[in-house]
Design a binder for this molecule. Structure first.
Ligand code: NAD
Ligand code: IPM
Ligand code: MN
Length: 351
């Protein structure tokens, strides 16, 4: 029996609800595949921040370090500034554990109605490969003169040759396992200094993958094309901010951001990777039992795949497919009326 230690951080709001669902589905699948999962759950959240003054304890990262993988719900809650909750937990995990790939697959499933007319089930199947540790999300910058007429805020985007090279290589290698087509999200037409550098590295690396077709699209035009012709895309590689925006956009094209999963990967496997839905803590629906758990559940499937159990992962994805086919087990964000619990039961019945 293969056994793994999973660190679980449910976080805030619906993060708690969808993580509970994902754990139940994981347990059921693990039992069938003779995988043993032991969980250590951490209550690190905005609630903890309000009670104790920090999102996680001082040795929080060291406590995550021995885990084989991290399962996270979402963090962020009204009353705690987002920069506090995110720089206090999510971002340090991604950076310290060098999870430089944020992998975000998007599919229009059978049974899901996309708000985009041309996005038909089975035809849209793409993955956003988001650079996850540098770029626009830098610690260099700040705010001066708060509240004064001279107030200013600034932030430096940081792109390194090593950082761009490894994410581009990841995207091209991944494309080889799919439809061998990469689109690079860029903004090289103007005054953004970093993007011509990104483009140069992409072109250099692409030359080493003669069998992979590729192109580059300006981020604004790409956003429009994702809505107009989503079926055209296979692998989209983008910087931290561009990848963030494109992943919610593509998830909405695929019907709901409630389905979209993500894997924050350290491909070198030096550190634990982290698996979390793309969506946030959704304070507007938290506590009502109506959150769509499928993004968290699909993230759990990506975790099993990463741990070397593609068969178990495929069972979860098949259960998601079956669940979406039945109108009775679709949540509100998908036009249905099912609760989180009803969807979870349907998934458990499938796996
Ligand atoms: P959000 O993703 O939480 O919510 C956006 C909208 O989508 C809301 O209307 C919400 O109800 C809906 N939605 C999201 N997930 C859903 C689901 N599973 N089922 C049904 N509907 C769903 O984004 P936001 O409102 O911008 O952010 C809320 C908080 O979450 C903020 O504090 C933000 O910083 C945080 N956040 C955290 C993460 C993370 O931890 N990885 C990611 C995104 C946002
Ligand atoms: C995501 C989220 C985070 C990000 C926020 C909450 C910092 O939007 O995981 O997509 O921008 O990376
Ligand atoms: Mn996001």
């Amino acid at each position: 029996t293969a056994s793994y230690r999973i660190a679980v951080i449910p976080g805030d709001g619906i993060g708690v609800e969808v993580t509970a669902a994902a754990r139940q589905v994981l347990d059921a699948v693990a039992a069938r595949h003779r995988i043993s999962l032991s969980y250590e759950e951490f209550d690190w959240s905005c609630q903890r921040y309000l009670a104790e003054g920090t999102m996680m304890p001082a040795d929080g990262l060291e406590r995550l370090r021995p885990a084989d993988a991290i399962l996270l719900g979402a963090v962020g809650w009204p009353g705690v500034p987002d920069h506090v909750s995110l720089w206090g937990l999510l971002i340090p995990i991604r950076r310290t554990f060098r999870q430089y790939v944020n992998l975000r697959p998007i599919r229009v499933f059978e049974g899901v109605v996309s708000p985009v007319r041309g996005a038909r089930p089975g035809e849209v199947d793409l993955v956003v490969v988001r650079e996850n540790v540098e770029g626009e999300y830098s610690e260099i910058g700040g705010r001066l003169g708060r509240g004064t007429p001279e107030e200013l805020a600034m932030q430096e985007a940081v792109f390194t040759r090593a950082g761009v090279t490894r994410i581009v290589d990841y995207a091209f290698s991944l494309a080889r396992t799919r439809r061998s087509y990469v689109t690079s999200a860029t903004k090289s037409n103007g005054i953004v200094h970093t993007m011509p550098f990104w483009d140069e590295v992409v072109a250099e690396r692409a030359a080493g993958y003669a069998d992979v077709r590729w192109d580059a699209e300006h981020i604004d035009a790409l956003a429009a094309k994702l809505v107009l012709q989503p079926e055209r895309f296979d692998v989209i590689v983008g910087s931290n901010l561009f990848g963030d925006i494109l992943s919610d956009l593509a998830a909405a094209v695929a019907g709901s951001i409630g389905i979209a999963p993500s894997a924050n990967l350290d491909p070198t496997r030096t550190f634990p990777s982290m698996f979390e839905p793309v969506h946030g803590s959704a304070p507007d629906i938290a506590g009502q039992g109506v959150a769509n758990p499928l993004g968290a559940v699909w993230s759990a499937a990506m975790m099993l795949d990463h741990l070397g159990h593609p068969g178990a992962a495929a069972d979860i994805v098949a259960a998601i497919e079956a669940c979406l086919l039945d109108p009775a087990t679709r949540t509100r964000d998908l036009g249905g009326t099912a609760s989180t619990e009803e969807v979870t039961h349907a998934l458990l019945a499938q796996v």
